[in-house]
Write a protein that binds this ligand. Structure first.
Ligand SMILES: *[C@@H]1O[C@H](CO)[C@@H](O)[C@H](O)[C@H]1NC(C)=O
Length: 595
């Protein structure tokens, strides 16, 4: 099939080879938007006798293949028969692999290149480091880093940026930070990499600190910066800080950025400000699957399951394709609303209508759905029939359901699986001990506790975060490090008295192992979330909502006490614990006491 370019047949018939090659290259440079034309031009060149190994033709062909993201196997085919590819062509091949799903061949090519005597140049390393970052091959990355030091390329800004990006992607935030600190010149890309590295690797405070430094140095953020910051704020539950990022983002003109809007939505939902999240959603001019999914998951984990399902129906009506994460939200909503049949129905439709293979998270929701409905035996049967190998989370869900519904024998089965899968998980000892406690088997409760000590299981220390003014405060058990701690503890005692008037009885029945801390009697009034709430009651105006982020589950006693505090002090209190939200208002909680 001739190439559809005027005069090309004439050229082909009466011009020398070099002219044909020049023409083909010109054609290749014009076909930057069509893979179809690319193959036509290639065929055309072969038909007119251009040798397959012609380096000029090969160089341009490969460049076009890579630029069009055509298959790398095609590029390799051309590459393999080329004579003496130059550094440009090697780089193009490395870049091509770096951009695919499997970037590993990029390292092999790099070695071959060095062996064949071609010197890498400044462009080689950024592509190569991108491939290394993508493959998460730390050893390879460190080797290449030391090569760049030896050959002097490490001093170039874009090589430094690539190294920084690579370490941040590995989660080696310290190395990334070191790289960053050593850079003489830092552009926005560098700031973004280091901030994002901290934000995504559980170091949100550092991310925010660096952002302040960035503002001081007069570097303007872009959409990527804002997205990283919002995810840091979401993780810390730093609502006010995030709100400021929101205002700031719109001020610097990032209003029309879909990613920024999506991360705003996600941030508000994760901070328990579900109404703000909905507001962002409703004002968005453009929405994609991620926007819908964030809202649905956000509503579900905040305890608004029915609304989550309503939005899912609307999503389907608007023919927006749900993802597997959307379905995690949908199934979660069903299980928390006790909608058994709907849950099974959605699970089936996910597979049949949307062709989504259930993942372990979806099975987890189904086991939870059955467990919450009290169908513990069916849940066990379901686990046995699952097409995936049940993991610890699945067995833990069953164990939790057994604890709530007092099903001892199945609880012990679940426990035996957990011991094999994750022997030192302190939460499982807690659940098992609660199970025995609910059956009043105190000696078993004691022996669980002893085995926990003997097995050397460390309880995760509990802590809570609150945000006040410009700062995030952290509290631990019995925390007295804070200057206001005297007032805080005085208030805690007063609270206990007030609550007793409201009928509060400290809940000691199974508190023994329910919590992270050691001394139980004292611990009761001093759990980190209670300390945090007292601190906020002291420092905020009446009626201000209080938000607490906690790393562990809220214990039953605190849960009851906080319900009463919300009533007695007339405050809305939102607690995000390890896996969900509790919205306390006027003496009740959105979790309906099942969590
Ligand atoms: C982002 O949200 C704001 C309102 O919060 C809206 O004005 C803007 O149009 C949205 N941008 C996009 C791309 O949807």
């Amino acid at each position: 099939m001739p190439v559809n370019v005027p005069g090309s047949d004439k050229i082909a018939s009466n011009n020398p080879m070099s002219y044909i090659i020049t023409k083909c290259i010109a054609l290749l440079q014009m076909c930057a938007s069509s893979k179809y034309k690319l193959r036509q031009i290639h065929a055309f060149s072969i038909r007119h006798g251009v040798p397959l190994n012609n380096p000029d033709m090969g160089k341009h062909l490969i460049y076009t293949i890579v630029s069009l993201s055509a298959p790398m196997s095609y590029a390799y085919h051309v590459f393999a028969i080329m004579h003496n590819p130059n550094v440009f062509t090697w780089n193009t091949m490395i870049r091509g692999y770096a951009e695919t799903e499997n970037p590993v061949p990029a390292f092999h090519l790099y070695r071959e290149m060095v062996v064949s005597g071609v010197e890498p140049d400044t462009h080689t390393y950024p592509f190569l480091l991108k491939a290394v970052a993508k493959s998460l091959n730390v050893r390879e990355g460190e080797t290449i880093h030391s090569v760049t030091i030896r050959n002097g390329f490490e001093s170039l800004l874009f090589v430094q940026n690539s190294l920084l990006h690579m370490y941040a992607t590995f989660g080696h935030t310290e190395s990334a930070h070191q790289m960053f600190e050593s850079m003489k010149e830092r552009d926005l890309v560098a700031w973004n990499s280091v901030i994002n590295g901290f934000a995504l690797n559980g170091r949100p405070n550092e991310a925010l600190t660096l952002f302040r430094k960035m503002s001081v140095e007069g570097v303007e953020p872009d959409g990527f910066t804002i997205v990283s910051l919002l995810s840091a704020c979401a993780e810390l539950g730093a609502l006010e800080l995030g709100c400021r990022v929101h205002v700031y983002a719109f001020k610097v003109g990032l209003r029309e950025n879909l990613h920024v809007n999506n991360s705003l939505l996600d941030f508000y939902a994760k901070c328990g400000s579900i109404r703000e999240a909905q507001q962002v959603f409703s004002e968005m001019g453009e929405r994609n699957t991620i926007s819908w999914t964030s809202l649905i998951v956000g509503l579900a984990i905040n305890g608004f399951g029915e609304e989550a399902l309503k939005f899912f129906k609307e999503m389907e009506r608007q023919k927006i394709l749900p993802s597997e994460i959307t379905f995690v939200g949908v199934l979660y909503a069903c299980s928390h609303c006790g909608m058994l049949d709907e849950g099974f129905n959605y699970f089936r439709r996910m597979k049949e209508e949307y062709g989504i293979m259930p993942r372990i998270e979806h099975y987890g929701c189904m086991v939870d759905l059955l467990g919450r409905a009290g169908l513990v035996k069916q849940a066990y049967k379901y686990i046995q029939d699952m097409s995936l190998q049940p993991n610890a989370v699945i067995w833990r869900t069953l164990l939790g359901a057994c604890t709530i519904h007092g099903h001892l024998s199945l609880g012990e089965i679940a426990r035996s699986h957990l011991l094999k899968l994750e022997p030192k998980h302190s939460g499982d000892y807690v659940l098992l001990s609660n199970l025995y406690a609910s059956e009043q088997r105190w000696s078993d409760v004691q022996s669980v506790r002893r085995s926990m000590l003997n097995d050397g299981v460390k309880k995760t220390p509990g802590y809570s975060f609150v945000e006040l003014g410009n700062r995030v405060y952290e509290f631990t058990i019995g925390d007295r490090s804070h200057p206001q701690s005297q007032d805080v503890y005085a208030l805690l005692e007063k609270i206990t008295e007030l609550l007793k008037l409201e009928g509060y009885v400290p809940h000691t029945a199974n508190v023994l192992a329910d919590i992270e801390e050691e001394e139980k009697e004292q611990a009761l009034s001093y759990h980190s979330e209670k300390v945090a709430i007292a601190f906020m009651l002291l420092n905020t105006a009446p009626g201000t909502p209080i938000r607490v982020m906690k790393n562990l589950r809220v214990c039953a006693d605190c849960h009851m006490a906080i319900k009463l505090i919300s009533k007695v002090y007339d405050r809305e209190i939102v607690i995000r614990d390890r896996s969900r939200f509790h919205h306390f208002r006027s003496g009740s909680c959105s979790c309906k006491d099942y969590w």
